[in-house]
Design a protein around this ligand. Structure first.
Ligand code: SF4
Length: 326
């Protein structure tokens, strides 16, 4: 049985259930790297040039941790999912970056996903990927259909039930999983926006979301809103999008600001070109609506102490404002 390694980084947080279903339906075994830790990060940092963004360094560390555990790695080049929006060049070039910086890598399965090039191009690339596992086109068709269904279940679960990716993945992938009831009924609501691979990687963000929840703050993230609502909100604020992640940052920011949320925290990473342009729109809008906004920028040197001090001050300010308004 072919073992496919999937690095727990970057697009993993958006598509893992879909990828897992696809490969398993084709008879492969899926091996996911462990959650980010100090070793994975340091190894990734040691391979990349300094100004590479943190999530790419993290991906390199995860890829290296999988080298002796799988027959091939799955790192797709997701260029565009349509709507004339494109991913950033680092996401598009990820398979090539990985090959260049980790020459000892096994085969990298790296289909180009570019909906802008039309259906034929997309189907042909998925077919070529599937041919590594089967020559039966019906089996491949079933794998694609089941994978897509799994993706819809994952997305809907997060937006309908207001849960985060890790919980959704556990509920979908572990049949006997019983979710813990949410006891957080705090009157204070903060939206935490940013790329999913930054928001949900607890090692690089120093458990930011868990920390806020422990301060009795109810947290809202982009994944808790349907894609349609995010796209519509982004369009209301800036018109037609150019970047694939505009919905997650501009769309989520605008959506939550319109609901009159108590505060917005944007978590971005040092060296991210798209973020540096997108965050300004949300920050400006928050100022217009007089809603507190905290921009946080992380890199591999960010200290937990410095981050928590800023969060502490932000939460205190929100709670004080709330009491004054009551
Ligand atoms: S969007 Fe930003 S954080 Fe994400 S891969 Fe590109 S440069 Fe890095």
């Amino acid at each position: 049985m072919i073992k496919v390694g999937i690095p727990r980084a970057l697009l993993y947080y958006q598509y893992y259930p879909m990828w897992k279903t696809f490969f398993e339906t084709l008879g492969a075994e899926v091996e996911v790297s462990a959650p980010t830790n100090k070793t994975a990060l340091n190894v990734g940092v040691s391979r990349a040039v300094a100004d590479t963004c943190l999530p790419v360094k993290v991906l390199l560390g995860h890829a290296i941790s999988l080298l002796d555990k799988c027959d091939c790695l799955f790192i797709p080049a997701v260029t565009s999912l349509g709507g004339k929006t494109y991913n950033c060049s680092k996401v598009i070039g990820l398979p090539n970056i990985t090959r260049a910086l980790i020459p000892e890598c096994p085969l990298i399965l790296s289909p180009e996903i570019n909906v802008e090039k039309g259906r034929y191009h997309l189907y042909r690339n998925i077919y070529k990927l599937g041919c590594h596992f089967t020559s039966n086109p019906f089996k491949l068709k079933r794998a694609v259909e089941e994978a897509w269904e799994s993706n819809l279940v994952y997305r809907n679960k997060m937006s309908d039930e207001g849960i985060m990716p890790d919980q959704a993945v556990e509920e979908i992938c572990q049949q006997n999983y019983e979710p813990e009831p949410s006891l957080n009924s705090s009157p204070f609501r903060i939206a935490v926006i940013g790329h999913p691979y930054v928001l949900y990687d607890e090692y690089i963000n120093h458990r930011l979301i868990s920390w806020l929840q422990s301060r009795e703050i109810k947290i809202f993230t982009p994944e808790m809103v349907s894609q349609e609502a995010l796209n519509a909100a982004a369009k209301r604020l800036v018109g037609d999008p150019h970047w694939s992640f505009e919905a997650d940052i501009i769309g989520a920011g605008e959506y939550y600001l319109e609901t009159g949320i108590d505060g917005v925290i944007n978590v971005s990473v040092f060296g991210c070109g798209p973020d540096s342009m997108m965050v300004g729109f949300v920050q400006h809008r928050a100022k217009e609506l007089e809603i507190p906004f905290l921009p946080l920028t992380l890199d591999e040197h960010s200290s937990e102490g410095g981050l928590l001090t800023r969060l502490e001050a932000f939460v205190d300010m929100i709670k004080r404002r709330g009491r004054i308004c009551v």
